[in-house]
Design a protein around this ligand. Structure first.
Ligand SMILES: [Zn+2]
Length: 255
């Protein structure tokens, strides 16, 4: 549970470092204290995971768990801004951890080189306040949804392809809310990824910063999130729309 804290819970250095958050009435000292005590799991350190982890690190999130089994390749560098040419062939979680700790040495960063598939140990995510799904395949997405339901943790999910993106927040910690599988009861067979279709790098930055912002809003409990909503964006045509996600009474995952 996210308990309210007082000024005494932040050091003078933290009060200075996060001053621009603290002057926002929506965040203030209580909100920043929540952030420095929160634990967020980021699954997938690609085009979305890079901006998400960067902004959560700079925002002072207490603990970040980075999960990715991949290594850095040259084709990643049009969008995966945590990595440099010096990181080629290194494990993404190791390269990312180094960069994020250089940005904010107060963070606790945990890394995990697992792939989220049927063999993944779901108990690893038990202690987290929010899970952010930045993966690029439906198998991982549906498993992450199940883990989030099992441990009753809010799930923030994003996707980006070509010039388009999606964001949704699933309150799998609350009864009677729709889950990811209420939105996608039938998973497509095709593996539609940016390898085949392409992705403009800046589009992933746009979607990733929305995911980080939604995470901070969920943790600090302010504003309107994309809870039980699907935000669809098309940056080629600057077309934005939000669709309500209804709970599927037939969904065998969240009932
Ligand atoms: Zn469901």
């Amino acid at each position: 549970m996210l308990a309210k804290k007082t000024k005494a819970d932040l050091t003078d250095k933290q009060l200075l470092r996060y001053n621009r958050h603290i002057v926002l009435p929506e965040i203030d000292i209580d909100g920043q204290t929540i952030l420095v005590n929160s634990k967020v799991a980021i699954i997938g350190l690609g085009g979305l995971g890079c901006p998400v982890s960067t902004y959560l690190a700079s925002s002072g999130l207490g603990t970040l768990l980075l999960i990715d089994d991949d290594t850095v390749s040259l084709t990643n560098l049009n969008r995966q801004t945590l990595f440099t040419e010096n990181d080629l062939n290194k494990n993404k979680v190791d390269a990312a951890s180094k960069r994020l700790l250089a940005l904010n040495s107060d963070l606790t960063i945990k890394t995990d080189r697992s792939r989220v598939d049927q063999r993944f140990d779901t108990s690893k995510l038990k202690e987290f306040d929010v899970i952010i799904d930045c993966t690029d395949n439906f198998e991982a997405r549906t498993l992450i949804n199940q883990i989030s339901l099992l441990h009753r943790i809010p799930l923030i999910t994003g996707a980006a392809l070509k010039f388009e993106g999606q964001v949704a927040v699933f309150r799998n910690d609350i009864d009677d809310e729709p889950c990811y599988r209420c939105l996608y009861p039938d998973l497509p067979d095709i593996k539609n990824t940016c390898i085949d279709s392409g992705i403009l790098g800046s589009v992933t930055g746009f979607v990733g910063t929305i995911l980080a912002t939604e995470c901070i809003k969920v943790l600090c409990k302010f504003g309107k999130t994309f809870e039980s909503k699907l935000f669809l964006l098309d940056l080629k045509n600057n077309d934005f729309k939000t669709i309500k996600i209804n709970k599927d009474d037939e969904c065998r995952y969240c009932k």
